[in-house]
Design a protein. Structure first.
Length: 274
Protein backbone atom coordinates (compact mmCIF):
# COMPACT_ATOMS: atom_id res chain seq x y z
CA UNK A 1 0.00 0.00 0.00
CA UNK A 2 2.83 2.38 0.92
CA UNK A 3 4.53 1.61 -2.41
CA UNK A 4 1.31 2.41 -4.28
CA UNK A 5 0.98 5.77 -2.53
CA UNK A 6 4.62 6.63 -3.27
CA UNK A 7 4.10 5.71 -6.93
CA UNK A 8 1.03 7.96 -7.16
CA UNK A 9 2.84 10.87 -5.48
CA UNK A 10 5.88 10.50 -7.73
CA UNK A 11 3.76 10.41 -10.88
CA UNK A 12 0.96 12.72 -9.80
CA UNK A 13 1.36 15.20 -12.65
CA UNK A 14 1.55 12.50 -15.31
CA UNK A 15 -1.50 10.67 -13.95
CA UNK A 16 -3.43 13.93 -13.73
CA UNK A 17 -2.58 14.69 -17.37
CA UNK A 18 -3.78 11.25 -18.54
CA UNK A 19 -7.01 11.65 -16.53
CA UNK A 20 -7.74 15.10 -18.02
CA UNK A 21 -7.00 13.81 -21.53
CA UNK A 22 -9.40 10.93 -20.99
CA UNK A 23 -12.15 13.26 -19.78
CA UNK A 24 -11.53 15.58 -22.76
CA UNK A 25 -11.82 12.74 -25.29
CA UNK A 26 -15.01 11.53 -23.58
CA UNK A 27 -16.60 14.99 -23.73
CA UNK A 28 -15.58 15.52 -27.37
CA UNK A 29 -16.95 12.10 -28.34
CA UNK A 30 -20.32 12.58 -26.64
CA UNK A 31 -20.91 16.23 -27.58
CA UNK A 32 -19.71 16.38 -31.20
CA UNK A 33 -21.58 14.30 -33.77
CA UNK A 34 -18.89 14.58 -36.46
CA UNK A 35 -16.05 13.70 -34.08
CA UNK A 36 -18.09 10.81 -32.67
CA UNK A 37 -18.63 9.48 -36.20
CA UNK A 38 -14.90 9.75 -37.04
CA UNK A 39 -13.89 8.00 -33.82
CA UNK A 40 -16.49 5.26 -34.43
CA UNK A 41 -15.13 4.67 -37.94
CA UNK A 42 -11.57 4.56 -36.62
CA UNK A 43 -12.60 2.14 -33.87
CA UNK A 44 -14.41 -0.12 -36.36
CA UNK A 45 -11.38 -0.08 -38.67
CA UNK A 46 -8.93 -1.00 -35.91
CA UNK A 47 -11.18 -3.69 -34.49
CA UNK A 48 -11.87 -5.03 -37.98
CA UNK A 49 -8.17 -5.31 -38.79
CA UNK A 50 -7.51 -7.19 -35.56
CA UNK A 51 -10.41 -9.59 -36.13
CA UNK A 52 -9.30 -10.13 -39.74
CA UNK A 53 -5.75 -11.09 -38.66
CA UNK A 54 -7.15 -13.42 -36.03
CA UNK A 55 -9.48 -15.04 -38.56
CA UNK A 56 -6.65 -15.52 -41.09
CA UNK A 57 -4.79 -17.63 -38.53
CA UNK A 58 -7.95 -19.59 -37.77
CA UNK A 59 -8.69 -20.18 -41.46
CA UNK A 60 -5.13 -21.44 -42.06
CA UNK A 61 -5.75 -24.33 -39.68
CA UNK A 62 -9.23 -25.03 -41.09
CA UNK A 63 -8.56 -25.08 -44.84
CA UNK A 64 -9.85 -28.63 -45.29
CA UNK A 65 -13.21 -27.83 -43.73
CA UNK A 66 -13.49 -24.58 -45.70
CA UNK A 67 -12.74 -26.40 -48.98
CA UNK A 68 -15.42 -28.97 -48.20
CA UNK A 69 -17.97 -26.21 -47.64
CA UNK A 70 -17.03 -24.53 -50.93
CA UNK A 71 -17.28 -27.85 -52.75
CA UNK A 72 -20.79 -28.39 -51.38
CA UNK A 73 -21.78 -24.91 -52.49
CA UNK A 74 -20.39 -25.50 -56.00
CA UNK A 75 -22.30 -28.76 -56.22
CA UNK A 76 -25.52 -27.02 -55.20
CA UNK A 77 -25.02 -24.30 -57.81
CA UNK A 78 -24.24 -26.84 -60.54
CA UNK A 79 -27.41 -28.75 -59.69
CA UNK A 80 -29.36 -25.62 -60.52
CA UNK A 81 -27.45 -24.73 -63.69
CA UNK A 82 -28.20 -25.80 -67.27
CA UNK A 83 -25.49 -28.47 -67.01
CA UNK A 84 -27.88 -30.51 -64.87
CA UNK A 85 -30.69 -30.53 -67.44
CA UNK A 86 -31.24 -32.48 -70.62
CA UNK A 87 -33.06 -31.45 -73.79
CA UNK A 88 -35.76 -34.07 -74.40
CA UNK A 89 -36.53 -33.05 -77.96
CA UNK A 90 -34.84 -30.72 -80.40
CA UNK A 91 -37.97 -30.51 -82.54
CA UNK A 92 -40.81 -29.92 -80.11
CA UNK A 93 -40.68 -27.63 -77.15
CA UNK A 94 -42.79 -25.04 -75.35
CA UNK A 95 -41.41 -21.73 -74.19
CA UNK A 96 -43.26 -19.52 -71.70
CA UNK A 97 -41.39 -16.25 -71.93
CA UNK A 98 -41.52 -13.92 -68.92
CA UNK A 99 -40.05 -10.45 -68.60
CA UNK A 100 -37.85 -10.46 -65.53
CA UNK A 101 -35.88 -7.75 -63.81
CA UNK A 102 -33.13 -8.18 -61.26
CA UNK A 103 -34.20 -6.82 -57.88
CA UNK A 104 -31.37 -8.01 -55.61
CA UNK A 105 -27.62 -8.43 -55.89
CA UNK A 106 -25.39 -10.46 -53.56
CA UNK A 107 -21.96 -9.62 -52.10
CA UNK A 108 -19.78 -12.41 -50.74
CA UNK A 109 -18.23 -11.79 -47.28
CA UNK A 110 -16.30 -13.59 -44.55
CA UNK A 111 -17.18 -13.53 -40.86
CA UNK A 112 -14.12 -12.35 -38.93
CA UNK A 113 -15.71 -12.12 -35.48
CA UNK A 114 -18.97 -13.19 -33.87
CA UNK A 115 -20.86 -13.42 -30.58
CA UNK A 116 -23.74 -15.74 -29.73
CA UNK A 117 -23.83 -15.97 -25.92
CA UNK A 118 -25.23 -12.49 -25.21
CA UNK A 119 -28.73 -11.04 -25.31
CA UNK A 120 -27.62 -8.73 -28.15
CA UNK A 121 -25.33 -10.59 -30.54
CA UNK A 122 -23.38 -9.32 -33.55
CA UNK A 123 -20.97 -10.56 -36.20
CA UNK A 124 -18.24 -8.59 -37.99
CA UNK A 125 -17.66 -8.87 -41.76
CA UNK A 126 -14.58 -8.10 -43.87
CA UNK A 127 -16.52 -5.87 -46.29
CA UNK A 128 -17.53 -2.23 -45.89
CA UNK A 129 -18.28 0.91 -47.87
CA UNK A 130 -15.52 -0.06 -50.30
CA UNK A 131 -17.79 -2.93 -51.45
CA UNK A 132 -21.00 -0.91 -51.47
CA UNK A 133 -22.21 -2.12 -48.07
CA UNK A 134 -24.82 0.09 -46.43
CA UNK A 135 -26.80 0.05 -43.20
CA UNK A 136 -29.92 -2.21 -43.09
CA UNK A 137 -28.81 -4.54 -45.90
CA UNK A 138 -29.86 -8.16 -45.36
CA UNK A 139 -27.30 -10.88 -44.60
CA UNK A 140 -27.88 -14.57 -45.44
CA UNK A 141 -26.01 -17.88 -45.74
CA UNK A 142 -26.50 -20.96 -47.89
CA UNK A 143 -28.78 -22.35 -45.18
CA UNK A 144 -30.89 -19.37 -44.14
CA UNK A 145 -30.94 -15.80 -42.91
CA UNK A 146 -28.40 -14.22 -40.53
CA UNK A 147 -29.49 -10.64 -39.82
CA UNK A 148 -28.96 -7.14 -41.18
CA UNK A 149 -26.11 -4.63 -41.41
CA UNK A 150 -25.90 -2.27 -38.43
CA UNK A 151 -22.70 -0.18 -38.71
CA UNK A 152 -20.32 0.28 -41.63
CA UNK A 153 -16.74 1.58 -41.94
CA UNK A 154 -14.58 1.75 -45.07
CA UNK A 155 -13.51 -1.89 -45.04
CA UNK A 156 -15.66 -3.58 -42.38
CA UNK A 157 -19.23 -3.86 -41.17
CA UNK A 158 -21.15 -5.26 -38.23
CA UNK A 159 -24.34 -7.30 -38.40
CA UNK A 160 -27.20 -7.43 -35.90
CA UNK A 161 -28.15 -11.11 -35.94
CA UNK A 162 -31.27 -13.18 -35.39
CA UNK A 163 -29.94 -13.75 -31.86
CA UNK A 164 -30.53 -10.14 -30.84
CA UNK A 165 -33.46 -9.10 -28.68
CA UNK A 166 -34.19 -6.09 -30.91
CA UNK A 167 -34.07 -7.88 -34.29
CA UNK A 168 -37.37 -8.52 -36.08
CA UNK A 169 -38.15 -10.18 -39.41
CA UNK A 170 -41.46 -11.05 -41.03
CA UNK A 171 -41.91 -14.78 -41.59
CA UNK A 172 -44.31 -16.74 -43.80
CA UNK A 173 -45.76 -20.23 -43.36
CA UNK A 174 -46.40 -22.76 -46.08
CA UNK A 175 -50.00 -21.61 -46.54
CA UNK A 176 -48.98 -17.95 -46.89
CA UNK A 177 -49.88 -16.85 -43.35
CA UNK A 178 -47.43 -14.29 -41.98
CA UNK A 179 -46.20 -13.03 -38.63
CA UNK A 180 -43.23 -11.24 -37.02
CA UNK A 181 -40.32 -13.42 -35.89
CA UNK A 182 -38.08 -12.50 -32.95
CA UNK A 183 -35.75 -14.06 -30.38
CA UNK A 184 -36.80 -14.25 -26.73
CA UNK A 185 -33.22 -14.48 -25.47
CA UNK A 186 -33.37 -18.15 -24.48
CA UNK A 187 -32.43 -21.01 -26.84
CA UNK A 188 -30.00 -20.06 -29.65
CA UNK A 189 -31.94 -22.37 -31.96
CA UNK A 190 -35.51 -21.15 -31.43
CA UNK A 191 -37.35 -18.00 -32.57
CA UNK A 192 -40.95 -17.04 -31.80
CA UNK A 193 -43.39 -16.18 -34.57
CA UNK A 194 -46.28 -14.13 -33.16
CA UNK A 195 -49.65 -12.88 -34.39
CA UNK A 196 -50.22 -15.87 -36.67
CA UNK A 197 -53.96 -15.97 -37.55
CA UNK A 198 -56.05 -18.86 -36.21
CA UNK A 199 -57.08 -19.90 -39.74
CA UNK A 200 -53.44 -20.65 -40.61
CA UNK A 201 -52.73 -24.24 -41.63
CA UNK A 202 -49.71 -25.06 -39.47
CA UNK A 203 -47.87 -28.37 -39.41
CA UNK A 204 -44.90 -29.40 -37.30
CA UNK A 205 -41.83 -29.58 -39.55
CA UNK A 206 -43.09 -27.11 -42.16
CA UNK A 207 -40.50 -24.63 -43.40
CA UNK A 208 -40.87 -20.95 -42.49
CA UNK A 209 -39.66 -18.43 -45.09
CA UNK A 210 -39.15 -14.68 -45.37
CA UNK A 211 -42.36 -13.04 -46.54
CA UNK A 212 -43.23 -10.55 -49.25
CA UNK A 213 -43.70 -7.92 -46.52
CA UNK A 214 -39.92 -7.74 -45.99
CA UNK A 215 -38.24 -5.13 -48.17
CA UNK A 216 -34.77 -6.13 -46.92
CA UNK A 217 -34.79 -9.89 -47.43
CA UNK A 218 -35.82 -11.43 -50.73
CA UNK A 219 -39.02 -13.45 -50.48
CA UNK A 220 -38.87 -17.23 -49.76
CA UNK A 221 -35.44 -17.29 -48.10
CA UNK A 222 -35.67 -20.20 -45.59
CA UNK A 223 -35.58 -19.29 -41.90
CA UNK A 224 -36.30 -22.56 -40.11
CA UNK A 225 -38.96 -25.19 -39.37
CA UNK A 226 -42.05 -25.22 -37.15
CA UNK A 227 -41.10 -26.79 -33.82
CA UNK A 228 -44.30 -26.13 -31.87
CA UNK A 229 -47.37 -23.89 -31.96
CA UNK A 230 -50.08 -22.95 -29.50
CA UNK A 231 -52.88 -20.55 -28.85
CA UNK A 232 -52.25 -18.85 -25.55
CA UNK A 233 -55.23 -18.23 -23.25
CA UNK A 234 -57.52 -15.39 -24.36
CA UNK A 235 -55.29 -14.77 -27.39
CA UNK A 236 -56.79 -14.50 -30.88
CA UNK A 237 -53.53 -15.60 -32.55
CA UNK A 238 -51.12 -18.52 -32.60
CA UNK A 239 -47.58 -18.34 -31.24
CA UNK A 240 -45.23 -20.53 -33.29
CA UNK A 241 -41.82 -21.81 -32.18
CA UNK A 242 -39.40 -21.89 -35.14
CA UNK A 243 -36.13 -23.87 -35.12
CA UNK A 244 -33.73 -21.81 -37.24
CA UNK A 245 -31.44 -23.27 -39.92
CA UNK A 246 -28.49 -20.91 -39.34
CA UNK A 247 -25.84 -22.29 -36.98
CA UNK A 248 -24.20 -19.26 -35.38
CA UNK A 249 -21.57 -21.47 -33.70
CA UNK A 250 -19.91 -22.28 -37.01
CA UNK A 251 -20.87 -19.48 -39.41
CA UNK A 252 -17.91 -18.42 -41.59
CA UNK A 253 -19.24 -17.24 -44.97
CA UNK A 254 -22.24 -15.01 -45.68
CA UNK A 255 -23.84 -13.01 -48.49
CA UNK A 256 -24.88 -9.39 -48.08
CA UNK A 257 -28.07 -8.69 -50.02
CA UNK A 258 -28.49 -5.36 -51.78
CA UNK A 259 -32.06 -4.38 -52.69
CA UNK A 260 -31.46 -2.48 -55.92
CA UNK A 261 -34.67 -0.42 -55.68
CA UNK A 262 -34.80 0.05 -51.88
CA UNK A 263 -33.95 3.76 -52.03
CA UNK A 264 -36.78 4.37 -54.52
CA UNK A 265 -39.21 2.28 -52.45
CA UNK A 266 -38.32 4.00 -49.17
CA UNK A 267 -38.68 7.44 -50.77
CA UNK A 268 -42.12 6.59 -52.16
CA UNK A 269 -43.38 5.14 -48.88
CA UNK A 270 -42.06 8.06 -46.85
CA UNK A 271 -43.86 10.48 -49.18
CA UNK A 272 -47.11 8.51 -48.92
CA UNK A 273 -47.05 8.22 -45.12
CA UNK A 274 -46.30 11.89 -44.45
Amino acid sequence: MRSLLLFILNHLYGLTFVFIQGVSIYLIYHNNTYTSSVLMDFSNEMAGQWYEKKMQVYQYFNLKKENEQLALLNAELLNKSYYAFKILSAKEYLVKDTIIQQEYSFINADVINSTFNNQKNYITLNVGRNMGIQRDMAVITNNGIVGSIKDVSEHYSTVITLLHRDFLVNGMLKDGSCGPLSWNGESRKILEMNDVPLHAKIKIGDTVYTSHFSHIFPQMIPIGTVEHFERKQKNSFYTVKVRIFTDFNSIKHVYVVRHIYKKELDSLQKKSFE
